[in-house]
Design a protein around this ligand. Sequence first.
Ligand SMILES: C[S@@+](CC[C@H](N)C(=O)[O-])C[C@H]1O[C@@H](n2cnc3c(N)ncnc32)[C@H](O)[C@@H]1O
Length: 249
Amino acid sequence: MKFRLHSPEVPLGGPGEKLLGPGFIRYPASDRGIFLSGDEALSQTKLPRGLAIEICGGHGELAARFASAHPECKVIGTDLYVPEYPENRKWLQELPNLSYQKASAFDLAFLQNGSADLIWGQAALHHLAHAPGDLCREALRVLKPGGRLIFIFEPLGHNWLVAAIRAIRMSAREEGDESNLYISQFKKMAEEFSSCEVQVFNLLGYPMKALSDRWAGLAAWVQKVDGWAFRHFPGLLVYGANCNVVLTK
Ligand SMILES: C[S@@+](CC[C@H](N)C(=O)[O-])C[C@H]1O[C@@H](n2cnc3c(N)ncnc32)[C@H](O)[C@@H]1O
């Protein structure tokens, strides 16, 4: 199993940017690099008229954007509930390759063995970290050989300051089902996969999330400084605040 921990160059102008589309501006400037890199990883998955499943998809917007970018591919957005907002009805009418299904990420029983090319979740894994073994077993059952399991925008817990701020925010919002994640967990999850890439972001960029878009220029500059620091001092990688995880079966 190949394991790679790194901070990639933010892929500007690629298919990830097209997939992220106008949603780009919704994220704080300091987080745009991580979403772009995550969407680039989704876009790079080979999908020969394939099947792509979103887990923990919430409102279902990313599944719709993905279905729009890949009309040749069947896309199923899943969560513990079926999203029924007016937008979902519109997307379902416009995109015949999109559907939504109620399903726990641990139990994708409606899918056959080896049927999916891609399973992904955004802000998902930290809700599932109590049973990563069960999660991987189900994903490995459903994925085709060479298929990918991708997590976008997950919190890392090695940095004590970041962990403390997250704990305070979770306590203030009375959120009980969120965990920080650790590199050792990814290594364990990766054992049954052929490769695992962990993309790390936001060292000094983490507090930039609190700034408004008026400070986008500063956030972009700090993002560049973070990238430089991660590449020149790889020991800092574990102290990043957020990551994407790309597992290949
Ligand atoms: C932070 S939200 C992320 C939603 C969406 N992916 C996004 O990026 O906006 C986490 C989502 O995970 C879902 N969730 C939590 N536990 C789950 C489980 N065991 N199976 C499926 N979905 C789950 C929640 O219902 C929620 O919609």
